[in-house]
Design a protein around this ligand. Structure first.
Ligand code: GLN
Length: 181
């Protein structure tokens, strides 16, 4: 199994490291959407990521691949990228920088559906303010949806790659495996 990681800007190296730890081959995507069984869109700055993605001609190929069923994990800015105002592949609307200045960055631990208590690191994070009927909310913090799945798409408002808990990545890899069955 090989997983592509969008490496235009942001926290892609940490995802790479975590997948290596899990024994999974990775490929960094900068100019072409490489042939892979899954794609990770990391945290960073969604405005910049969006601009570079368009400049590099990656916007349409990535959008098409996801619509055709490529499993994708979007974390933080990656969640924003999948929403209706960006790649428009997932039936969600993200609220950017949703926790105010003081609460811009924080760690917590919450229940994640099917996994249990998971450590969550938020950095100027979004939450999901609207979700369509096909979207399953997987975790909430203070009542706000911070993780969700819709078919081949899994998103977290927090950064699972910044903790040493590998269970979210393992969940994503299980989606990839099931997709290819
Ligand atoms: N605040 C960033 C944005 O709006 C997301 C932050 C992150 O990915 N850590 O794109």
């Amino acid at each position: 199994m090989k997983i592509a990681i969008l490496a235009l800007q942001g926290a892609f190296a940490e995802h790479e490291q975590m997948l290596r730890q899990l024994g999974v081959e990775t490929i960094l995507v900068r100019e072409h959407l490489e042939d892979a069984s899954g794609l990770i869109i990391p945290g960073g700055e969604s405005t910049a990521m969006m601009r570079i993605m368009k400049d590099e001609g990656l916007f349409e190929p990535i959008r098409q691949a996801i619509l055709e069923g490529l499993p994708v994990l979007g974390t933080c800015a990656g969640l924003i990228m999948l929403d209706k105002n960006h790649l428009d592949v997932m039936d969600i609307k993200a609220r950017r920088n949703a926790y105010g200045r003081q609460l811009g960055s924080f760690n917590t631990e919450e229940e994640f559906k099917g996994i249990g208590k998971v450590p969550m690191t938020f950095i100027r994070a979004p939450y999901i303010e609207e979700a369509g009927p096909e979207v399953e909310i997987l975790a909430r913090v203070d009542g706000k949806a911070v993780a969700a799945r819709q078919g081949n798409m899994l998103v977290t408002a927090f950064h699972p790659e910044l903790t040493d808990d590998t269970r979210i990545h393992e969940l994503f890899l299980s989606l990839v495996t099931n997709q290819n069955d």
